[in-house]
Structures are given as C-alpha cells and as structure tokens.
Design a protein around this ligand. Structure first.
Ligand SMILES: Cc1cc2nc3c(=O)[nH]c(=O)nc-3n(C[C@H](O)[C@H](O)[C@H](O)COP(=O)(O)O)c2cc1C
Length: 201
C-alpha cells in the first residue's frame, strides 16, 4: 500500500512516529510531511526540547522511523505525488491532526501538502483518516469533525483505551496506531483481537 502520513502541530508526535515505523517495517510505500508547526511539537514530545532546530528534529525522526530521507516531503512541495489525484497512491492519514488543519480541511481550503493530500483523497474517493487531538472540544471543532466525516473522512480520535490493560505509554500509543492500521485494512501485530466476552469499541 502507498500511504501518505501528514503530521501536524497537534500533540501526538509519538503516534506519528510509531505509525510511520510500523508502515515502513511492514514494507509499505510511505510518503510523509510535517506541517510548519509539527517539528516544534515533535522536538518537545519526542526529544524533550521545544527549541530543538528543525533539521535536528528531522534527522532524529528519520533515524527513528526508518523512513528514507527522500520520502519526507517539504510542507509546500506540491510537486510531490501526494499533491496529485493522477498519482496512484492509496490513502492519506493526518496523524496527529490539529484543530487548525481540521478547520482548513472542513472548509475545503488548503495551503500546504497535508491539506492538498487530504483534499485529493476526498475527491478521488481514497481513504482519508484523521487522528484529531484536542480537549475540550468547542462547538466549532465538533461541527468541523461532523462536516469532514460527512465528506467521507474517517475520524479516529487519539483516544487510547484501558480495557486491554496497558503497561506502558508505548502500549497506549500502539493501541491508537493499531486502530489506524486496522482502518487502513492492514495486518498489524500491535494489538491483539479483544476476546473477553464483551465487545468494546
Ligand atoms: C506543545 C504544543 C502542543 C500543541 N497541541 C495541540 C493540540 O493537541 N491540538 C491542536 O489542535 N493544536 C495544538 N497545538 C497548536 C498547534 O500547533 C497550532 O494550532 C498550529 O497552528 C497548528 O498548525 P498545523 O495544523 O498546520 O500543524 C500545540 C502546540 C504546541 C506548541
């Protein structure tokens, strides 16, 4: 599968890193892009430094994920295949998805590659998964989520569960990433099937 992963400046950089790691390890073709806000949040959440220079964040992130450098596209690289409906990629995931990016997508506007790839996925009827992160949610956020869902996107909030008895933060990250992989229709081993006589969602 050929998947675009767009990373915004919402909290949740560990989800994006794990998702890209899993896709790369699974042998999938992955293209990724950070929004202009995302490297700062990634620097803070993965490397403990909100002021880490962007290039250093990117270098460490590429080493962590195993993504080849030429598969990380600039935020405004509209020459990337993921900016085009004629290129035959399969799905786009925006993970994590900020409320700013959500609002942009819900309005049909766009100014960067993440917006464009999501918009292409909608117009071409390809899978689009948004992993929003914000709390609490305003009426505007909720209306935007409903609007984008009605337009065909899957809304998969970054909401780890506890019924599988997570033992670490990594287990909680894996829960959300497994849900994304399941929704993409991919085999995953991060989360087993729930089998305790009840069917939580
Ligand atoms: C440490 C940090 C955490 C943030 N967490 C969130 C968040 O969880 N959700 C959100 O919508 N914005 C969050 N923001 C704000 C976004 O980064 C900001 O709104 C930005 O404009 C998003 O732009 P983008 O969607 O292009 O990445 C956070 C910012 C920082 C610095």
């Amino acid at each position: 599968m050929d998947v675009f992963v767009g990373i915004t400046g919402a909290s949740g950089a560990p989800y994006a890193r794990r998702l890209v790691q899993a896709l790369v390890a699974g042998g999938h073709t992955v293209g990724a892009a950070f929004s202009s806000a995302a490297p700062q949040v990634t620097g803070q959440e993965l490397y403990g430094d909100l002021r880490m220079p962007r290039d250093e964040v990117i270098e460490r992130w590429l080493a962590d994920t195993g993504l080849p450098a030429d598969r990380l596209f600039e935020a405004h690289d509209f020459g990337s295949p993921y900016a085009s409906g004629s290129a035959r990629w399969d799905a786009a995931v925006i993970c994590p998805c900020s409320m700013d990016t959500l609002a942009t997508l819900a309005s049909g506007a766009g100014s960067n590659l993440l917006h464009r790839a999501a918009s292409v996925a909608l117009k071409e009827d390809r899978k689009l998964i948004l992993v929003p992160r914000e709390t609490p949610l305003s009426t505007i956020h909720l209306e935007n989520l409903l609007r984008i869902r009605r337009a065909g996107a899957h809304v998969l909030p970054a909401m780890p569960a506890f019924y599988q008895l997570p033992e670490s933060i990594e287990d909680m990250i894996d829960f959300v990433v497994a849900k994304v992989l399941n929704l993409l229709g991919l085999e995953q081993s991060l989360l087993g099937e729930w089998d305790a006589g009840i069917t939580p969602s």
